[in-house]
Ligand binder design. Structure first.
Ligand SMILES: Nc1ncnc2c1ncn2[C@@H]1O[C@H](COP(=O)(O)OP(=O)(O)OP(=O)(O)O)[C@@H](O)[C@H]1O
Length: 266
C-alpha cells in the first residue's frame, strides 16, 4: 500500500511547555488502512491528529517533516479540511454551528468542495443523513444540533466529515462520550462508511479493545513517545512494550472478549 501521509522525525512542542507533546517519530499512514492511535490522556494523540490535518495552533513548534505525498506532488502545501480529510471530534457540538439547520451545514461542505449548487447539495445532504442511518432524514435536515442526542450528533458529524469524499477520516475520541451501546453503533457506522468510501481511517482513542475491533494496525503512545506500532493481532497477542501489556492487562480485568476476538482475527 502507498503511504497517504508520511511523518519523518516529526515532533511538536507547544510554547511555554517544558516537554515536547510529540517526540520525534517516523510513521507512514497507508492508503486504505485503518490505523488506531491509542494512549492515556496527554500522551500526544490529539496533537498527532491535528498535525496530520494541518490544524495545530500557531503556538506549536513543529520539527521534522510531515507530508501528504500526493498533495505535495501537485504543488499544494497543506491538506484541506473536507476535501482531503474529514475530522470528527469527541464533542461534535463544538464543530456544528448551533444556529444553522443540520441539512445546510452538511450541504455547505458538499457545495464548497464539490462545486454543487444548493439544490443538489441539499439532495446530497439528505442522502448522507440516510447513509448514516438517521431516522427521518427529511426532518433532521431542518433540525438544529441541540434537538439531537449525542449519538445522533456524531452521525451528523460523520455525514459532514465525509460529504466531500475525503481520502482520510480522522476520528478523535469520536465515541468516547457515548454510552457503550451507542458507541458500538457508531463504531459499526465508521467501519461501514470507511469500507463503502474506500477511505483511510485514523482512529484516535484510549480504548485498546475498541481499537482492536476496528483497526488493522495499532500505534501506542505514552508521554509523547510512540512506544509500539504493529498489526493488531501482533500488538494484542505479542505486545512488545510493557505499557501496551499494562493497557491489555487493565482491559482483560474489565472485559476480555473483544481482545480475545481481536487476537483470533488479527
Ligand atoms: N494548545 C496547547 N497548548 C499547550 N499545550 C498543549 C496544547 N494542546 C495540548 N497540549 C499539551 O500537549 C500534551 C499532549 O496533549 P494531547 O491533547 O495531544 O494529548 P492526548 O493524548 O490527545 O490527550 P487527551 O486524550 O486528553 O486529549 C499534553 O501535555 C497537553 O497538555
Amino acid at each position: 500500500m502507498r503511504p497517504l501521509v508520511t511523518l519523518r522525525s516529526l515532533s511538536v512542542a507547544y510554547a511555554g511547555r517544558d516537554h515536547a507533546a510529540l517526540k520525534p517519530l517516523d510513521l507512514d499512514i497507508l492508503d486504505g488502512e485503518k490505523l488506531a492511535v491509542i494512549g492515556e490522556s496527554g500522551s500526544g494523540k490529539s496533537t498527532l491528529a491535528l498535525a496530520i490535518a494541518g490544524l495545530l495552533p500557531a503556538t506549536a513548534r513543529i520539527g521534522g517533516d510531515l507530508a501528504w505525498p500526493e498533495i505535495r506532488a501537485i504543488g499544494r502545501h497543506r491538506p484541506q479540511g473536507g476535501r482531503d480529510f474529514g475530522f470528527v471530534f469527541q464533542d461534535s457540538a463544538a464543530s456544528l454551528d448551533p444556529v444553522m439547520p443540520i441539512g445546510t451545514q452538511i450541504a455547505e461542505v458538499a457545495r464548497a468542495h464539490l462545486g454543487l449548487g444548493w439544490p443538489q447539495a441539499h439532495e446530497q445532504a439528505k442522502s448522507l443523513l440516510a447513509r448514516v442511518r438517521l431516522p427521518d432524514p427529511d426532518s433532521v435536515m431542518g433540525a438544529y444540533p441541540h434537538q439531537l442526542s449525542g449519538g445522533q450528533k456524531q452521525r451528523v458529524a460523520l455525514a459532514a466529515a465525509i460529504a466531500a469524499g475525503p481520502r482520510l477520516l480522522i476520528a478523535d475520541e469520536a465515541t468516547s462520550a457515548l454510552d457503550t451501546i451507542v458507541q458500538a453503533e457508531i463504531i459499526g457506522l465508521i467501519r461501514r462508511l470507511v469500507e463503502e468510501n474506500g477511505m483511510t481511517l485514523l482512529f484516535v482513542g484510549h480504548d485498546i479493545a475498541l481499537a482492536a475491533e476496528l483497526c488493522d494496525r495499532i500505534a501506542v503512545f505514552r508521554e509523547g513517545d510512540m512506544v509500539e506500532l504493529g498489526e493488531t493481532g501482533q500488538v494484542i497477542s505479542q505486545p512488545r512494550h510493557a505499557y501496551t501489556r499494562a493497557l491489555l492487562a487493565a482491559h482483560i480485568v474489565l472485559d476480555a472478549e473483544p481482545l480475545r476476538a481481536g487476537a483470533r482475527h488479527g
